[in-house]
Write a protein that binds this ligand. Structure first.
Ligand code: UD2
Length: 314
């Protein structure tokens, strides 16, 4: 039984990871509940929940001094790119400073750590149009969020090379699935669509706002595949000091996404077309050959993932 720390463990991806691990391992969660929710977590004696921020230096110092962890997954972040543009100083504390501080705490207090996995984002590739994105593709972070993620992942990987701290980093493409919060306009688009379908099925008046003409495409990856990928990255030897894309290697455009959900739910979601969102990337697609080489195989095509998501939500 391993001792696992998951920061941001009450959020969408973090809670799915925590619920996966708590069956066989002890899981400690640090989450300030700014985005996450305790109700995302399975009730289990194996989960210890600490409400607090990863920017709380005292909290994090005490936690890492008083506990020896086998694995640490750092998922806590202000996930909204738009928020980082509005509040670059505050989001920098969460998205960068917390990582740097965590690395230093690990260096001093966690001699038996098997792996720190840091979660970065496809945002680091920016709007450079060459596809699919390989880990070695041009990096062009365009927002405080993307700059912080890239700087943090660099530090994480360099701490392995410089100080032999066992680390890895991953870059998420567009993750979707149960527990993703649809409340903000910057929530994942599939969670927003799902919310509108729920209203539609309840015969409430609703529509989905499409920013642009719907031909933009994304590599949407189902959260269970993300958990599989995180577990592989954390436990494989080859991944030490490495960074990996997490996606499916397939993309779909938003018009086709709506058509697929219409078909699945036997309904027709009203779509209202608006101006493209400023700074929006047109196409995104991951090259996943690097993570495949350590054993990753996405189990969910977009169709299979949507089916599972729908069966969970409705
Ligand atoms: C994703 C990440 C973001 C960052 C970025 C890097 C999510 C939620 N966000 O942003 O954190 O890593 O990738 O490239 O995973 N859209 C609509 N209507 C809506 C909402 C969205 O048309 O109500 C469009 C949006 O303009 C975009 C697409 O849907 O073209 C996907 O939007 P998103 O917010 O789910 O994800 P993205 O790729 O902008």
């Amino acid at each position: 039984m391993n001792n696992i720390l998951i920061t941001g463990g009450a959020g969408f991806i973090g809670s799915t990871l925590a619920n996966f691990y708590c069956k066989d391992h002890k899981v400690t969660i640090v989450d300030d509940l700014s985005m996450g929710n305790k109700s995302n977590l399975d009730l289990s004696d194996n989960i210890r929940f600490i409400e607090g921020s990863v920017t709380d230096v005292q909290l994090m110092s005490e936690l890492l001094k008083n506990n020896q962890f086998d694995y640490i997954f750092h998922l806590a972040a202000v996930a909204s790119v738009a928020d980082s543009v509005e509040r670059p100083v505050e989001t920098h504390q969460v998205n960068f400073d917390s990582v740097f501080h965590l690395l230093e705490l690990i260096k001093v207090n966690q001699p038996k750590l098997k792996r720190l996995v840091f979660t970065s984002s496809a945002a680091v590739y920016g709007d450079e149009p060459t596809l699919p994105k390989q880990e070695e593709s041009v990096i062009r972070p365009l927002t405080p969020y993307a700059i912080d993620k890239f700087a943090a992942e660099k530090y994480v990987v360099d701490y392995y090379h410089l100080y032999q701290i066992p680390t890895s980093a991953v870059r998420f493409f567009n993750v979707y699935g149960p527990k993703q919060n649809p409340e903000s306009p910057y929530s994942g688009v599939i969670s927003i669509m799902m919310d509108r379908y729920k209203k539609l099925l309840k015969k409430e008046e609703t529509s989905f706002t499409m920013f642009g003409d719907g031909t933009q495409s994304r590599d949407f990856v189902f959260v269970d595949d993300v958990v599989q990928a995180l577990n592989l990255v954390a436990t494989s030897k080859e991944s030490l000091g490495e960074v990996y894309n997490i996606g499916t290697g397939e993309s779909i455009d938003l018009n086709d996404l709506v058509s697929s959900l219409d078909e699945l739910l036997d309904s027709q979601l009203p779509v209202q077309f608006l101006e493209e969102r400023s700074g929006d990337i047109k196409y995104s697609l991951a090259d996943i050959s690097k993570i495949k080489a350590i054993g990753y195989e996405p189990k969910y095509t977009i169709k299979a993932g949507l089916e599972k998501y729908v069966s969970y939500e409705l």
